[in-house]
Each structure stands twice: as C-alpha cells, then as structure tokens.
Design a binder for this molecule. Sequence first.
Ligand SMILES: [Fe+2]
Length: 197
Amino acid sequence: MGSNGRTQQMHPTRIDLPQDTRIQVVAVLNQSLATTLDLKTQVKQAHWNVKGMDFFQLHSLFDQMAEELEEYIDMVAERVTALGGIAMGTARTAASRSTLPEFPFDILNGQDHVATLADRYALYAKEVREAIDTTDDLGDADTADLYTEISRAIDKRLWFLEAHLQAAVETVAFDKAVSTTDSETESPKAKKARAKK
Ligand SMILES: [Fe+2]
C-alpha cells in the first residue's frame, strides 16, 4: 500500500471522544467521502449530457443536486479533520473506494438519466442511513446527526427523481382504483339513471 493506505493516521486533538472511537468514525466518514465525491461527478455527468424536451429543467435540477452534494463533501471531509483524521478526498481515492457503479456513457434522454441517478441515490441513501446507526453505536452523536441531515435531504432528492418516473404508473393505478370504486359504491339511484342513458 502507498502513502494513501495510511488512512487511520490520526493527529492529536483535545476533543473528548476516545481515539478508538475517532479512528472507527473516520473510517466511516472517509468511505462516505469517496461515495459522495463519485455521486457528485455522476450528477454533473447527467447535467452536461442529458438531451430531450425536458433538457432545461433536468439540466438545472441536476446542477442543484450537484451543488448540494458539494456541501456534504465539505461537511464530511471537515468532520474527518475535526476528529483528527486525514480526509481522503482525491479523485483517485474516490474512484477506487466508491460503492457506486460507474455512470453509463450511452444514455441520452431525460428518463434514462433520471432512472440512472435514482438507482445511485437509492444506494447512497442506504449507505448514509447505515452510517447514522454505525456512528451512533460508536458513541459519536454529532457525526450521526451530520448523517441524519444528509439522509433527510437525499431521501427528498430521491423523491424528486422518482416523481419523474412515477407519473405514468400512478395514473394507470389511480384510474383503475376510481373505476372499481365507482361501480362498487354507486347508489341504486345512480345505477338506474346510468341504465336509462
Ligand atoms: Fe453547468
């Protein structure tokens, strides 16, 4: 392993969390840093390459999402250093450690870009939610709180993405539900009126 393998090297700090706790929390944070950096580059990839009639709204939405991830990258990296750790935030480290699959280069339209990002946001949301519990169990409520903030925002973004994909399916299900309900709850008077038509 090269010098980048020394991920657990810690600086002395006056913070009151035990070193063993800090080492384990820093490992979790550096994993999140890699995945968040990777996700941000994938969102930018979508921002640049999406095509179709929804181009502008998706181009703008993806830019907002990338900006939001940039904030989390900074929050996570600076929590590492606040705990006395070394933030592992280079592109090479992110690419080698991220848990996400690579973004496909052969997609064009908005729906494929939204579905691709929704898949990755779901994986990221799961990783962040697990980090809430892990850091809480380790006794670092502040890092758990940082993850809770990220988790809530990521779930919201996943909703934004999935709302684009749910419209057609939901409409069909709703229409079916309405027609079933109509025939089941129709009053005898309404039934008679309909029969006369
Ligand atoms: Fe841009």
